[in-house]
Design a protein around this ligand. Structure first.
Ligand code: MG
Ligand code: MG
Ligand code: MG
Length: 306
């Protein structure tokens, strides 16, 4: 039987990886025995923490798929964040919480909701289909919601996310605040990563109107620790700007404890950040107070000012 490959975005985060695993379980429960959970890149340390905690294997790494393969997309829909030959694949379903950036020439199951995390939608799909959520699935869902909403503190957080977390904490028996902080902290450990890896860990290519940009985000419990690498990071960023012919690169160093981001900005459109946030870049950097969400606090504001 033909397989159905389920995957999230490139530079995978915890929502992307756990959603491919949970969506795969949902498909199997719905009778699609040939569903396979996949990933498009290496997992980060936060996700590693979650999978180790649950003793679950990583999804299968795929680099390419034959044309016409059946796929399900989770936690993304933008072709720029997906597998390279996406337009030649047969997309069966999409479950996502990002703005819709894809167009297909055929109908498909598409579930998009403006909630904080894909897993909040999967939580609903399990309930709607009367499929039991076991402890492992509950912990996977819980981990992703904590990750995407930074422990329900990000402005992307909705009541649906909070309700899901309450229910999932109950099912899993996990003290979500304690577990969540440990998990987020595990994700801030940058040791063992090269500068190039740090700059691609959670990088998204986003064009603000005509301003070709990459916005990368790293979580930390100490902004000053990350700034110790500022010179090397800037060298790496300059190289990427050159290679990708970018107008702008923003590196958000997000303080998960105090909910602020220090931003390092390079590129010929760097002024746009000053204009958008009313800040002055000093030595290519500024503190963006209260900014933690790329989706809600960067994309719309930068687009409006571009
Ligand atoms: Mg994601
Ligand atoms: Mg997500
Ligand atoms: Mg994220």
């Amino acid at each position: 039987m033909e397989k159905t490959y389920i995957f999230g975005h490139k530079s995978p985060d915890t929502d992307t990886i756990t959603s491919s695993l949970v969506m795969c379980e949902l498909e199997k429960q719905l009778g699609n025995e040939n569903a396979v959970a996949c990933k498009l890149g290496n997992i980060n340390k936060e996700t590693e923490y979650v999978l180790n905690y649950l003793k679950i294997n990583e999804p299968e790494l795929i680099e390419s798929l034959d044309d016409e393969s059946n796929v399900i997309l989770v936690d993304h829909n933008s072709p720029s964040e997906s597998i390279d030959n996406l337009e030649k694949l047969n997309i069966k379903k999409i479950v996502d919480h990002h703005k819709i950036a894809i167009e297909t020439s055929y109908p498909l199951f598409y579930r998009a909701e403006p909630v904080g995390c894909t897993q909040t939608i999967l939580f609903k799909l399990f309930n709607e289909n009367n499929i039991e959520i076991n402890e492992k699935i509950a912990t996977l869902m819980l981990s992703a919601i904590i990750s995407d909403t930074l422990l329900l503190k990000s402005p992307t957080t909705t009541q649906d996310d909070k309700d899901a977390v309450a229910k999932l904490a109950e099912i899993s028996g996990v003290d979500y605040e304690k577990y969540g902080l440990e998990m987020l902290k595990a994700g801030t450990d940058l040791s063992g990563f090269s500068i190039d890896e740090i700059l691609s860990l959670d990088a998204k290519q986003i064009d603000f109107k005509n301003v070709k940009s990459i916005v990368n985000q790293v979580n930390t419990a100490s902004i000053s620790d990350v700034l110790e690498m500022k010179d090397e990071l800037e060298k790496g960023i300059e190289k990427i700007i050159e290679e990708e012919d970018l107008d702008l690169f923003m590196l958000l160093i997000t303080d998960i404890v105090n909910s602020n981001s220090q931003v390092i900005v390079l590129g010929k459109e760097a002024d746009l950040v000053e204009k958008a946030y009313g800040v002055e870049l000093e030595d290519n950097t500024a503190l963006l107070e209260g900014v933690v969400s790329r989706k809600k606090q960067v994309v719309p504001i930068m687009t409006k000012n571009a």
